[in-house]
Design a protein around this ligand. Structure first.
Ligand SMILES: C[S@@+](CC[C@H](N)C(=O)[O-])C[C@H]1O[C@@H](n2cnc3c(N)ncnc32)[C@H](O)[C@@H]1O
Length: 245
């Protein structure tokens, strides 16, 4: 089974407990005003819908799409997003060409595939469903910062679960892998290895450009601060689909 089917199942809320609504609300305050447009804005890889909900509060007509049935259930049950989330794969979005006013992809929900062509395909799909002039916000980790972080093992407790993580870099530093072991509050355990392709901000910009998405601004955090390669925690790229793409 691909790692992301385990990682984004029932263990996700335990491992990423700190990635909460408050963080999504911060990002929405900084970026939702740029999506004050008529029409649907897709939250691609929405997970449990925290940004779908938070951008919605700003009047953005968000619709979430994700592969994890577990997290989509959470979006419906916990955030009341029934009718606003769809199950789908970012490599093959279930929407018509040019049908979408905007898209967001938040909190490193990109770079998961072993085959580079699949990552490129996901960006191509977002470009395909956007209408001309449509905007796309890609919120990725700042690879320049991650590469400074060498192998590290951590152990922490979240809501009664114990999470042990060991990071390593692979393929000459092009990937960061994390070996995760979760001991649930009931004592049951699950282990998996997650792996993300470390795209630098410039590389991401080129990939977006190849899909017809021109980068118009770069931010480095969830408050909308400017991107600084050596200092920013995030690489957040705002791009726009050209009228001929
Ligand atoms: C790190 S989580 C972030 C979720 C959400 N954006 C957030 O910030 O809470 C990554 C998400 O990507 C989703 N995902 C992974 N592979 C996917 C795919 N091929 N198509 C759609 N979603 C996918 C996972 O199910 C998970 O919800």
């Amino acid at each position: 089974m691909e790692w992301y089917r385990i990682a984004f199942g029932d263990v996700y809320p335990l491992v990423y407990a700190r990635r909460d609504d408050a963080e999504a609300e911060r990002a929405a305050a900084a970026f939702a005003p740029r999506f004050a447009v008529e029409g649907r804005v897709l939250d691609v890889a929405c997970g449990a819908g925290r940004h779908t909900a938070a951008f919605g509060v700003w009047g953005v007509h968000t619709v979430g799409v994700d592969l994890s049935e577990f997290l989509l259930d959470e979006a419906v049950e916990r955030r009341g997003l029934g009718g606003r989330v769809v199950c789908g794969d970012m490599r093959c979005l279930p929407f018509r060409d040019g049908s979408t006013a905007g898209a967001i992809n938040m909190f490193t929900s990109f770079g998961y595939f072993d085959d580079e062509a699949d990552n490129v395909r996901a960006v191509g799909e977002i470009a395909r469903v956007l209408r001309p002039g449509g905007r796309f916000l890609l919120d990725f980790l700042n690879a320049a910062r991650v590469t400074e972080m060498d192998t590290a093992t951590t152990r922490r407790e979240e809501n009664g679960a114990v999470i042990e993580e060991r990071r390593e870099r692979e393929d000459g530093g092009r990937f960061v892998a994390k070996n995760v072991q979760v001991t649930r509050p009931d004592g049951s355990q699950v282990s998996y290895r997650e792996r993300v392709r470390l795209y630098g901000a410039d590389e991401l910009g080129k990939m977006l450009a190849s899909a017809g998405l021109r980068v118009t601004a770069r931010f480095g955090d969830y408050d909308g601060g400017a991107f600084q390669e050596q200092a920013s925690p995030r690489a957040i790229l705002l791009s726009e689909k050209g009228s001929t793409a």
